[in-house]
Design a protein around this ligand. Structure first.
Ligand code: HH2
Length: 283
């Protein structure tokens, strides 16, 4: 049953093609939780992007602001200065590559789209900037709508839900409706339960177990669990960059429940595991 729904949602993934789709994470930040500082320099960032594309990423998601718990926003100008040179470089060096920009600011998204990005990943689901919805509608590009309870600075202070799956599903349904009413095409909407964004360990696990309810909305589902702290709580792995096995397990579980896009740091490990899961599904 999960597979039939996954196939249905894959048809609606539009420009991103059939799943599983690997979205490689490129944080051009000094302070991201697992790779902060490593790709801050545009040359190092471009090299990292090339590696992820060679390993099978279909999209590279470029972000200029960390949204880890407790983080502070950067200025809009600083965010543009971080992401645009990297996107321009990628567009020149890897012209066929699909680039996504991880931002909730319309000005940053606009500059990124002009520099060659083709997807907007908005962790506020079009709530952060009133100019974002008309921009993505006009650009005709896919947009990721993510659930977040609260804001990064405070979101992990005792988050509470009556029913986390129902609340996240209803939120995503409402935001998708909002996007469509702003003129975004149905084939360009991707939804994301926002693992770790205002959720404790139990909430993240309930969301993964109840993912079918979100898949049933009929939009492709993206999962961003890569290296996150809930994996460390389960496995005991404290060092974020070493949480690859836990990440891979999460990707395979989420794929089995109908997710088709996977935002990950470790592209090769996740791609290989998902290729096996996909082959079993096809057998
Ligand atoms: N998670 C992070 C950032 N952006 N976007 C989507 N759609 N879904 C996610 O789960 C998601 C996201 C946080 O992870 P990361 O980019 O690795 O860290 P940081 O925010 O510290 O840069």
């Amino acid at each position: 049953m999960g597979r039939a729904r996954a196939a249905g949602s894959t048809e609606r993934a539009g420009a991103l093609g059939p799943g599983p789709v690997l979205v490689g994470i490129l944080n051009v930040t000094p302070d991201s939780f697992s790779d902060g500082g490593a790709f801050f320099d545009p040359e190092a960032a471009a090299a990292r992007a090339a590696t992820m594309l060679d390993e099978g990423a279909r999209v590279v998601d470029v972000g200029g602001e960390s949204t880890r718990p407790g983080s502070d926003p950067v200025s809009p100008d600083e965010e543009v200065l971080r992401v645009v040179p990297v996107i321009e470089r990628l567009a020149a060096e890897r012209p066929g590559a699909m680039v996504s920009v991880d931002t909730y600011r319309a000005a940053t998204a606009e500059a990124a789209l002009r520099a060659g990005a083709g997807v907007v990943n908005d962790v506020t689901a079009l709530r952060g900037d009133p100019r974002m919805a008309p921009l993505v509608a006009e650009a005709g590009c896919p947009v990721v709508l993510m659930h977040m309870k609260g804001e990064p600075k405070t979101m992990q202070r005792e988050p509470r839900y009556d029913d986390v799956v129902r609340e996240v599903r209803d939120f995503l349904a409402e935001r998708a409706e909002f996007a469509l009413s702003a003129g975004v095409r149905p084939g360009n909407v991707i939804v994301d339960p926002g693992i770790g964004f205002g959720k404790n360990l139990e909430h993240n696990l309930e969301l993964l177990r109840g993912l079918d309810a979100i898949v049933e909305l009929g939009f492709p589902v993206l999962i961003g669990a890569s290296r996150k702290s809930f994996l460390g709580k389960i496995t005991g792995v404290q060092e974020a960059s070493e949480r690859v096995f836990g990440t891979v397990a999460t990707s395979v579980v989420a794929y089995g429940r109908g997710a088709t896009l996977f935002r990950v740091h470790d592209v090769r490990a996740n791609r290989e595991a998902l290729a096996v899961a996909e082959a079993v599904g096809r057998a």
